[in-house]
Design a protein around this ligand. Structure first.
Ligand code: THG
Length: 369
């Protein structure tokens, strides 16, 4: 890989935590929602082991919030996702794909109901604010859509509960998965949710005033010292083992929601109106052409994946792999791949082309079995 630089200018926004991220020796960033998102502090494998054993603090402010507030807020949220949002309570989070009129995935946010008529879409990397504002205006809906000054900070790893209980009170242990409460930490009101982009457990703290970013970081850090806290970031190895797909890589606007494994979250027959209904009903009738799958390649670690790797079956191209990491847990390379349905069944053998070289891959189920 080349080691050139991406120049940071005001077009690449800063985060309220960035100073601490630099002080902790950040080695690389990616750009996500036009903002810096740390990738590595030491190296992916070292950070993976630390994340699975201790606790890490992640600057995930790049998971921006799109606020939808007003009398038509629920109507608008229902319009943009095939997931049923009506039953979502205040204090609840829902993982929900946004689908356009063709059923294609626009983003895969976590939706938080923060008040009666107020929702936050905690978005992945695409310009959701523009999309949602356009729909609101076109429909003449009585809502306000904007990006509030909210910056998530994730506390992830097996010691996250002990850390947060000590910092914010024993009652945080009772927060259920994908629920949140209001709290004051470091002198500023936050939402504290049990969620985060790892399978290691933990919380996300939604800071609501950038001016308190460093104070919040320092408050968590101070308590975290005895738990060997380190600065970290969403981890490639861990997310492949856990099965977390990344919008922009594994899922793009070229893929429809039924190809991406979202069915389990959806109610395509929900009573409320949503823009993808017609398209998704047709796709459901006709059947999908492709499926997002887990593919395993045994043997030594493959080189880093920059662009997608082609997958072949009987010398025909049948798909592409979009993420890959060597997993210490499984002792094999794990990848997410969009492949033709007829070769998407676990047990199917595929050929993965890496730099012109063929490798033997096997389609696995979601648990890598
Ligand atoms: N946290 C916040 N915002 C985010 C992310 C996050 N926005 C972008 C991106 N990540 C959204 N994508 C996901 C994908 C999966 C999950 C969370 C966000 C997730 N999934 C659980 C799982 O797969 O086990 C369960 C989801 C469920 O059952 O509802 O947690 O990380 N703030």
């Amino acid at each position: 890989m080349h080691s050139t630089e991406i120049i940071l200018s005001p077009r690449v926004r800063t985060t309220p935590y960035e100073q601490r991220v630099y002080e902790n020796g950040v080695k690389s960033f990616t750009v996500y929602n036009h903002m810096t998102l740390p990738v590595n502090f030491t190296n992916t494998e070292d950070e993976y082991h630390h994340l699975c054993e201790h606790v890490q603090l992640w600057d995930v402010a790049a998971e921006r919030q799109v606020e939808i507030v007003g009398p038509d807020a629920l109507k608008l949220v229902e319009l943009i996702t095939p997931r049923e949002v009506a039953g979502c309570q205040i204090g609840q989070c829902l993982y929900a794909p946004l689908a356009d009129e063709d059923g294609l995935v626009v983003n895969d946010p976590i939706i938080l109901r923060v008040a009666e008529d107020r929702y936050w879409l905690s978005i992945a990397d695409s310009d959701v604010k523009c999309w949602v504002k356009g729909i609101a205006w076109g429909r003449g809906l009585n809502v306000n859509v904007f990006e509030p000054d909210v910056s998530p900070l994730a506390v992830q790893g097996p010691r996250a509960d002990d850390l947060m209980a000590e910092l914010a009170g024993e009652e945080v242990r009772d927060i259920k998965f994908f629920r949140f409460i209001e709290k004051e930490i470091a002198g500023t009101p936050v939402l504290l949710a049990r969620s985060g982009w790892s399978g290691q457990g933990g919380f996300e703290i939604y800071l609501q005033d950038s001016n308190y970013g460093l104070a919040l970081w320092d408050a968590v850090w101070e308590v975290g010292k005895k738990y060997q806290i380190r600065a970290g970031a969403p981890n490639l190895i861990e997310r492949l083992e856990t099965g977390l797909k990344s919008y922009g890589s594994d899922i793009t606007h070229a893929d429809n929601v039924l190809e991406c494994g979202f069915e389990r979250y959806l109610n395509l027959d929900k009573p409320s109106e949503y823009m993808a209904r017609g398209a998704l009903e047709k796709i459901r009738r006709d059947g999908v052409q492709r499926k997002l799958c887990n593919v395993m390649v045994e043997g030594k670690p493959l080189p880093p994946l920059r662009l997608c790797w082609d997958l072949r079956h009987a010398d025909t191209k049948v798909g592409r792999a979009s993420s890959c990491a060597f997993s210490p847990k499984y002792g094999a390379n794990l990848m997410f791949a969009m492949v033709a349905v007829d070769v998407a069944t676990p047990g199917t053998e595929l050929t993965v082309m890496v730099g012109g070289e063929p490798y033997r891959g096997i389609v696995k189920d979601e648990c890598w079995k």
